[in-house]
Write a protein that binds this ligand. Structure first.
Ligand code: GDP
Ligand code: FE
Ligand code: FE
Ligand code: FE
Length: 187
């Protein structure tokens, strides 16, 4: 599957704004892969499909989480987290993507995991800093990604956790586990 085919497949799943975000993540992930010596094609593919399940109905995602024996604690947390692991499952099933490294980068793009691979870090950070994003502090993370992927990853996690605390929102335990791993030097 080439880039054009992949983008055409994902476009059908998304609205215009989310498709534009996806193209931004793809371009950013490719740049990061070139800079940090990761496989550019894998970064491109994972970025293109990272939000594949974003618009699936809540009930469908819930059913997949239960049937596929995914972490039960997902269901106790906000449904905006579900599209990441569900997306990894659906792109394998519906699109036929088999590359485990690519699938895991999709699975962990929202909350990470301890000891992330470079590909996982690239998709996670690219999702946060793509040109369409305007979070407070995003410019600092963009600058940081020029020099250190791990520092950029730390800032993404810090900002996300602080943002959630500011809104009195629960934090998914894996987000905390990822943060701990990053500050303890595990990446
Ligand atoms: P997007 O799909 O490109 O919008 O971005 P993400 O997949 O990274 O994040 C989806 C949503 O999950 C965003 O609104 C994040 O703020 C939110 N999010 C990320 N981590 C957590 C968490 O630990 N807990 C909660 N409640 N929300 C989170
Ligand atoms: Fe997402
Ligand atoms: Fe993200
Ligand atoms: Fe995204």
């Amino acid at each position: 599957m080439n880039r054009k085919e992949a983008l055409a497949i994902v476009k059908e799943q998304l609205n215009e704004a989310r498709y534009t975000h996806t193209v931004g993540v793809m371009e950013t992930a490719i740049k990061l892969a070139e800079k940090y010596g990761e496989d550019v094609k894998k970064a491109e593919l994972a970025a293109i499909f990272h939000d594949y399940a974003k618009f699936r109905p809540k009930d469908e995602m819930k059913e997949i989480i239960i049937e596929q024996n995914m972490s039960k604690d997902l269901l106790e947390h906000h449904h905006s987290l579900w599209h990441a692991p569900v997306g990894a499952y659906l792109v394998q099933k519906e699109v036929g993507i088999k590359d485990e490294a690519v699938l895991r980068a999709i699975e962990y793009h929202t909350y990470g995991r301890p000891n992330m691979t470079m590909l996982e870090k690239i998709v996670y950070v690219a999702d946060y800093i793509e040109p369409g994003r305007s979070f407070p502090g995003v410019e600092e993370v963009r600058q940081s990604a020029e020099n250190s992927l791990d520092e950029a990853l730390f800032l993404c996690l810090r900002n996300t956790i602080v943002f959630l605390i500011g809104r009195k929102q629960p934090i998914y335990p894996m987000t905390i586990n990822t943060y701990n791993s990053v500050v303890q030097g595990g990446g």
